[in-house]
Design a protein around this ligand. Structure first.
Ligand SMILES: NC(=O)c1ccc[n+]([C@@H]2O[C@H](COP(=O)([O-])OP(=O)(O)OC[C@H]3O[C@@H](n4cnc5c(N)ncnc54)[C@H](O)[C@@H]3O)[C@@H](O)[C@H]2O)c1
Length: 214
């Protein structure tokens, strides 16, 4: 599920080429009705949702004193409200089956709090808090809720806003001396979405190359 129709088409084609069965749905994280429609469509097609990975997010920079109410609302609608209600939509089926895995993507910026991202950091702190609260409420039903805080990930879109010098700086401040790739986060999603993490819930895992060592 994504709002980017072209990106969805490309991803669906790659999953199909790898032998996967895929249902790509256009939805807006800020529009709860569109999320409801997507969840219903996925359940109609596959019968149930066993794993929810909440990855969609935005991170426009703005000085604290210039953040408007509209900036705040957009950030929180996409990064937190949509995530929260998607959890609420998939939880009833998981509770009924007494099994389920929810993985929320926060950000290591929650811990390091860089300048110009105050509204983003606030939304990602909300993701960590939501994860912990839902883990408690859903634990009785064997529904696991965990969270990943990625560090600086070298995504395809990064080239539009990260300079070569900044890229080197990311490596410098990490313990591991290489740029992290989207697959580094995806592999931890696989871990948290599968049986190897059955003993964990309410946790926040840094996938940041050892940028933050606690
Ligand atoms: N890239 C990093 O270094 C980094 C670091 C920490 C956390 N994160 C988090 O990881 C997640 C993925 O980030 P990314 O860097 O891959 O970003 P990205 O912009 O490359 O991808 C974000 C995805 O979210 C989708 N999206 C944005 N707004 C949406 C909306 N309203 N409805 C539905 N989909 C929407 C976009 O279409 C895109 O596919 C985000 O939650 C981000 O905050 C990224």
């Amino acid at each position: 599920m994504d709002r980017d129709a072209a990106g969805l088409k490309d991803l669906a084609a790659r999953i199909e080429a790898a032998g996967g069965d895929v249902l790509a749905l256009e939805a807006d994280m800020g529009n709860i009705a569109s999320l409801r429609a997507s969840v219903d469509a996925a359940i109609a097609r596959f019968g149930r949702i066993d794993i929810l990975i909440n990855n969609a997010g935005i991170y426009p920079r703005r000085p604290f004193l210039e953040v408007t109410e509209a900036d705040w609302d957009q950030m929180h609608d996409i990064n937190l409200k949509g995530l929260y209600f998607l959890c609420q939509m998939v939880a009833p089926g998981m509770i009924e089956r007494k099994a389920g895995k929810i993985v929320n993507i926060s950000s290591v910026t929650f811990f390091v709090a860089p300048k110009l991202l105050s509204h983003y950091v606030a939304s990602k702190g909300g993701v960590v808090g939501t994860t912990r609260a839902l883990a408690k409420e859903l634990g009785d039903f064997n529904v696991h809720v965990n969270c990943i805080t990625p560090g600086a990930i070298q995504t395809a879109s990064e080239k539009f806003f990260v300079t070569e010098q900044q890229s080197q700086d990311f490596i410098e401040r990490q313990t591991l001396k290489r740029r992290l790739q989207p697959e580094d986060v995806a592999r931890v999603c696989l871990f948290l979405g599968g049986p190897l993490s059955d003993g964990m819930t309410g946790q926040t895992l840094n996938v940041d190359g050892g940028w933050v060592l606690y």
